[in-house]
Design a protein around this ligand. Structure first.
Ligand code: SF4
Length: 349
């Protein structure tokens, strides 16, 4: 019996195909509200508290988002800590005039928007023409309801020279002033994301200390404020060479399973733990074919190849196999170990 289980089913998918997406680009749709209820009941006997979500890609993307929200509420244990988070469907905000008031009614006061530069860069990196235009409409819809947009920018060497366009937009839309007017503080930040899923394709173009100097001043200041850091290096982490030197004697392994698992269920009913990208090396089993008890046993015993490798392969071996002593790419240490682990798993699975 687990203390608490968070279950996220990818019911509707996502309108975007972001190039940095760590969750992958699976097909949209395929699961119904009945499927959601069935999955919740399948897992219920094994957790004292259950928190159920109908998404792990784009929240509220489905037309019946209200019914799905209410269903998830009714399937979740009262007091399980389930919340909407400060994430929303920008696609829907741009199209559905009832959506922003509904979010506000749930107590959502800020929503994250993701930019990569100006219109061309944002459409290109979001993988959808019109994504930038949707973000502009979404920002207006949010502000009209007293919801603050929080600007997130993913950076790599392919878009670092385009960040000035993000600052220009923030100024043109007077976001700081308008957020203040609705009683919210405007927040913006830049980061590199974790090097897994689709974002691992950016490894050759990963940011280095020299690239950080190109981050424009307002975005840099916003980043320090958001992360409570004193320097951008503190936010972006160490160079790969520094990490390799630090970790090459590290013989530690780690059990990833916890008392309060967060599980992703994809439209094929394959189940993954929420550790890094929900790819084949992290698959715990199939809910329909194997059942919830077996899937949870696989989780608890760290049986997914990724969990098993982290538990049995020392960090120094991962570094030896895939670390680059010449690299100036910047990583958070935990993200770097995940990157090495996923590289290792590519050769194993
Ligand atoms: S990063 Fe988010 S919005 Fe982009 S494709 Fe992935 S799930 Fe969709």
């Amino acid at each position: 019996m687990f203390d608490r289980l968070t279950l996220s089913l990818d019911l509707a998918g996502c309108p975007n195909r972001c190039r940095h997406c760590w969750l992958g680009w699976g097909p949209n749709g395929g699961l119904s509200r009945e499927d959601l209820a069935w999955a919740a009941e399948a897992f219920r006997p094994y957790a004292r508290e259950l928190a159920v979500y109908d998404w792990y890609r784009e929240p509220d993307y489905a037309q019946d988002y209200r019914e799905r929200w209410e269903l998830c509420e009714s399937l979740s244990t009262p007091g399980s800590g389930r919340e909407h988070f400060e994430l929303a469907s920008l696609w829907r905000l741009a199209r559905d005039e009832n959506y922003a008031p509904w979010l506000k009614g749930l107590g959502v006061n800020a929503v994250q928007v993701t930019l990569f530069g100006g219109e061309a860069a944002t459409d290109r990196f979001t993988g959808r023409r019109g994504a930038y235009g949707d973000i502009l409409k979404a920002i207006e819809a949010m502000l009209a309801q007293g919801i603050a947009p929080r600007v997130q920018v993913f950076v790599n060497q392919r878009n670092v020279d385009e960040l000035g366009a993000v600052e220009a937009l923030m100024e043109e839309l007077r976001l700081e002033e308008r957020c203040r007017a609705i009683g919210q503080e405007f927040a913006c930040f830049v980061h590199q994301g974790s090097c897994d899923g689709k974002n691992a394709d950016f490894y050759p173009d990963w940011v280095t200390p020299e690239d950080l100097e190109k981050i424009p001043p307002r975005l840099a200041a916003g980043t320090l404020r958001h992360f409570g850091a004193k320097s951008l290096r503190e936010v972006f982490g160490q160079t790969e060479a520094e990490l390799v030197r630090e970790l090459r004697e590290d013989r530690s392994t780690r059990r990833l399973s916890q008392r309060e698992p967060v599980l992703f269920v994809d439209p094929n009913w394959d189940v993954y733990p929420n550790f890094t990208t929900p790819g084949p090396a992290w698959r715990l089993g199939n809910l329909k074919r194997d059942g919830a008890a077996r899937v949870l046993e696989a989780y608890r015993r760290d049986e997914a190849p990724g969990q098993r490798a982290r538990m049995t392969v020392p960090v120094c071996q991962l570094v030896q196999a895939h670390g680059d002593l010449e690299s100036r790419r910047l990583f958070d240490q935990g993200d770097y170990i995940d990157y090495l682990l996923n590289r290792y798993l590519e050769g194993e699975t």
